[in-house]
Design a protein around this ligand. Structure first.
Ligand code: NAP
Length: 259
């Protein structure tokens, strides 16, 4: 299927590794030029070189923290009129809500709710004027089925989801869609660090925990960044203009509901 994306420009936030990188690569494969971001310049530049070499698209690598006004301003200066925006940032740490301060909450809300909203605000009007735009927010399966130790994530991402549910029905008239991808367990550094926390608190060996968790998923494994990126590319395609305000769960069937 031709996704109709060749020559378009995408901002893919937090994309030197993991799910963001999966999205960047899948879009590059469709001929999309990219602005990619991460805080660590060395990893980011390696990813940019890899993508340029493999798919021959233009890639601007902007090292910076996307959760800061400066980080966002740099990205928007490099690409003021994106066709596609993929919002992503690191997830908040796990823990017990009794230990979290207002400052912990503000950090989580800033990274996983307010940063995507700021980037949507900065780009959506231009997309509407140009009559094409695709915005994909990477959130979490925790939006659908909260995970107790990830309370900061449950709360902040639910706020973003509620906000998007309102505006996604306003922008689609101009062929601008806004959707979310909800990752369940994907084999990335983030999953590894969550498992390390659980292994430490339960005393279970890390490798045993990994094996048990993978076996416990209906698919018998974790998802891959490539699978995640493919779903993102489809939502960004010209074929997906009638899909907006949706929250697509990618979890190997772990959520046990009918809908
Ligand atoms: P990952 O493998 O740890 O990759 C995170 C990427 O984001 C890296 O490129 C990292 O680079 C970059 N990054 C982190 N914070 C940033 C910031 N403030 N500004 C710019 N770049 C930043 O994580 P992942 O598994 O892909 O997870 C992506 C998102 O999905 C996270 O919010 C995570 O909580 C959520 N999620 C993941 C899973 C899963 O199973 N993997 C499940 C549910 C939800 P630098 O560190 O160099 O900045």
């Amino acid at each position: 299927m031709d996704l109709g994306l060749s020559g378009k420009w995408a901002i893919v936030c937090a994309s030197s590794k993991g799910l963001g990188r999966g999205c960047a690569e899948a879009l590059a494969e469709e001929g999309v030029n990219l602005v990619i971001t991460a805080r660590t310049a060395s990893t980011l530049n390696e990813t940019a070189d890899f993508i340029r070499d493999k798919w021959g698209v233009e890639v601007k690598a902007l090292a910076g923290d996307i959760t800061t006004p400066e980080g966002r301003a740099d990205v928007l200066r490099a690409c003021p009129n994106p066709d596609i925006l993929v919002n992503n940032a690191g997830g908040p740490p796990p823990g017990d809500f009794q230990d979290w301060s207002t400052d912990d909450w503000m950090k989580a809300l800033n990274a996983n709710m307010l940063t995507p909203i700021e980037l949507i605000k900065a780009t959506v009007n231009g997309m509407r004027e140009r009559k094409f735009g695709r915005i994909v927010n990477i959130t979490s399966a925790a939006v659908k089925a909260p995970i107790d130790i990830l309370g900061l994530s449950n709360g902040a991402r639910a706020g973003l989801t509620g906000f998007v549910a309102g505006i996604a029905r306003k922008t689609v008239i101009d062929n601008v869609t806004i959707n979310a991808l909800l990752p369940g367990p994907f084999d990335t550094d983030r999953l590894k660090s969550n498992f390390e926390t659980v292994a430490k608190s339960t005393g279970m060996p890390l490798e045993q925990l990994r094996k048990e968790r993978a076996a416990g998923n209906p698919a018998g494994r974790f998802g891959t960044a490539e699978e995640f990126g493919a779903a993102c590319a489809f939502l960004c395609s010209d074929k997906a203009g009638f899909i907006t305000g949706q929250n697509l769960l990618l979890d190997g069937g772990a959520f046990p509901g009918t809908l």
